[in-house]
Design a protein around this ligand. Structure first.
Ligand code: ADP
Length: 437
C-alpha cells in the first residue's frame, strides 16, 4: 500500500511537471513571437520611411546596421524581382511575388508571415511594407522554433523534475508513514489501545476496534468462566453417583440401603442429564442467529395453553394455581423456542412460589406476561439472574431441580427473536416478567 501511494504521488508529480513545462513554453513562445514580429514591424516601418528605393548605397548602410541585429533585409520591385538582399546573393534568389507577406504587402500595403525554416529547429519571421514606388521592403529574422526552445529547456526541466520528485518522494514517504504508523502501532498494542497515538480520521476506526477487542476479551472470559462453572456443576452429582456406587460395590449395604442409594444414583444421574441438556441447548442457541432457524406463524396464546397443560401436575404439587388470560396473538417465531421460553418462565413462577400462591399468564398486543405471587427477587439479584448458573438461593434451586440456566436460555431466545424483555419483582410479593415480540 505504502509503495502504491508513493508511486501514485510520483506519477502525479511527474505529470504536473511535464504539463507545467509544456504550457509555460507555449505561453512564452506566444509572447516571444509577438515581440519578434513587433520588432520587425518597427524596423520595416523605419526602412520604409527612409524611402531609399533604388538607392543601393543608402540601402547598404541600413543593411549593415541590420546585419548587426541579425535581421535580413530584402528589397523587391513590384514584379517580385529581388533588387537587394543583405544576406543572400541577389542573382541566386528567385522571384518573390509568391511569398505570402509580399503578396499581402502588394495588395494591402503591409504583410507578415511566419514559416518553418529548412532546418527543423528554426523558424523564420517576415514583415513587409509596400513602398510609394510600388516595390516592397521586407525584413526577416530567423529564431529558434518552439521544439528547439522546448528541447533547450529539457535539461532544466529534468533538473527541476528530479528535485521535485525527490521532494515528493520524501513528503509522500513522510505522509504515508504518519498515516500508517498508528495502524501498525495498533496491531502491536492491542492490549492497551489507549496508548496508540492517532489522528482524528482514524479515531472512529480505533474506537470500533477497541470495542470489538474488549468484546472478544469479555467473551473469552465469559466462556472460561462458563467452562469452569460447568465442571463444577457436573462434579457435585457425579461425586454423589460415584460415592453411592462405591458403597454398593463394596457390599457394605443391606438391601434397604442399596435401594435407597440406587434411588440417589438415579436422581443425580437425572440431574446430570438435565444439566447437560441445558448446556447443549445454550451452546446451540449461542451459535444461532435470526434467520438461521425456522420461523413460522405462531399463536402465542396456544403455546401458553400447551405449557399450562404440561405444568399443571407440578403446580398441583406445589399448591399453586395456574391461570391464563388474553386472546389469540399471532407472532413470527420458532414454535419450539417459544414453548421453551413460556415453559421456563412458568416453571420458575411455580417453583419460586409459595403454597396457595398463583401464576397468572396473560397474552395481549404481541406481549406475554407471566406474573406470580412468589418469593420475589431482591434488587441486587435482579440484574444477575439472567447470567449462566446464577441462582439467588442455590439450595432451593437445586432442590427443585433447577440448573441456573433456564433464564439464560430465555434471554437468548428473546434476543434472537428481536423481542424485548422486562422484569419487575418485589421480595415476598412476587415477580412479573414480560416479553414483547
Ligand atoms: P433455575 O434453574 O435455578 O431456576 P433460572 O436461570 O431459571 O435457573 O433462574 C435463575 C434464578 O433466578 C433462580 O435460581 C431463582 O433464584 C431466580 N428466579 C427465577 N425466576 C424467579 C421467580 N419467578 N421468582 C423468584 N425468583 C426467581
Amino acid at each position: 500500500m505504502k509503495k502504491n501511494i508513493n508511486i501514485y504521488i510520483m506519477i502525479i508529480a511527474a505529470l504536473a511537471i511535464l504539463l507545467t513545462a509544456t504550457l509555460c513554453t507555449m505561453a512564452y513562445y506566444r509572447v516571444f513571437r509577438q515581440e519578434v514580429m513587433t520588432d520587425l514591424k518597427v524596423y520595416t516601418e523605419l526602412l520604409a520611411d527612409a524611402s531609399f528605393t533604388g538607392d543601393e548605397e543608402t540601402a547598404k548602410v541600413y543593411a549593415k546596421e541590420l546585419s548587426n541585429e541579425h535581421i535580413r533585409m530584402t528589397l523587391i520591385d513590384e514584379s517580385g524581382k529581388v533588387l537587394f538582399d543583405n544576406v543572400a546573393e541577389v542573382e541566386a534568389l528567385d522571384n518573390h511575388s509568391d511569398r505570402i507577406e509580399i503578396e499581402k504587402a502588394l495588395e494591402y500595403g503591409t504583410g507578415s508571415s511566419v514559416r518553418k525554416s529548412n532546418t527543423i529547429n528554426k523558424t523564420n519571421f517576415y514583415y513587409a511594407i509596400r513602398l510609394p514606388d510600388g516595390g516592397v521592403v521586407r525584413t526577416a529574422r530567423e529564431t529558434s522554433s518552439i521544439y528547439h526552445m522546448f528541447a533547450n529547456e529539457i535539461p532544466i526541466v529534468a533538473a527541476i523534475a528530479f528535485l521535485l520528485l525527490v521532494v515528493c518522494f520524501v513528503i509522500s514517504n513522510f505522509l504515508t508513514r504518519s498515516i500508517l504508523a498508528p495502524i501498525k502501532n495498533m496491531a502491536y498494542n492491542m492490549e492497551e489501545p489507549e496508548n496508540i497515538k492517532t489522528y482524528k480520521e482514524l479515531e472512529p476506526v480505533i474506537s470500533h476496534i477497541k470495542e470489538q477487542h474488549q468484546n472478544i476479551l469479555k467473551n473469552a472470559n465469559m466462556r472460561q468462566e462458563f467452562t469452569a462453572n460447568i465442571s463444577h456443576e457436573l462434579k457435585t452429582p457425579l461425586t454423589s453417583v460415584s460415592g453411592y456406587a462405591e458403597l454398593i460395590e463394596n457390599g457394605m449395604t443391606n438391601e434397604q440401603d442399596t435401594r435407597k442409594f440406587a434411588g440417589e444414583i438415579h436422581k443425580n444421574a437425572n440431574r446430570l442429564l438435565t444439566l447437560i441438556n441445558d448446556i447443549l441447548r445454550l451452546s446451540e442457541l449461542d451459535t444461532t442467529e435470526y434467520g438461521e432457524f425456522e420461523v413460522e406463524n405462531v399463536d402465542l396464546y396456544e403455546s401458553v395453553l400447551n405449557c399450562i397443560a404440561m405444568l399443571e401436575p407440578a403446580a398441583e404439587k406445589h399448591h399453586v394455581t395456574l391461570k391464563a388470560s388474553g386472546k389469540r396473538t399471532m407472532i413470527q417465531a420458532n414454535k419450539d423456542m417459544i414453548e421453551e421460553l413460556v415453559y421456563n418462565l412458568c416453571d420458575n413462577a411455580i417453583h419460586y412460589n409459595k403454597p396457595g400462591g398463583f401464576v397468572s399468564i396473560h397474552v395481549e398486543d404481541n406481549r406475554l406476561t407471566v406474573e406470580d405471587s412468589g418469593i420475589g427477587i431482591s434488587n441486587e439479584n435482579l440484574s444477575r439472574i439472567f447470567e449462566r448458573f446464577y441462582r439467588v438461593d442455590k439450595s432451593r434451586s437445586k432442590k427443585t431441580g433447577g440448573t441456573g440456566l433456564g433464564l439464560a436460555i430465555v434471554k437468548h431466545i428473546v434476543e434472537i427473536h428481536g423481542a424485548k424483555l422486562a422484569i419487575e419483582s418485589q421480595p415476598d410479593v412476587g415477580t412479573m416478567i414480560s416479553v414483547k415480540f
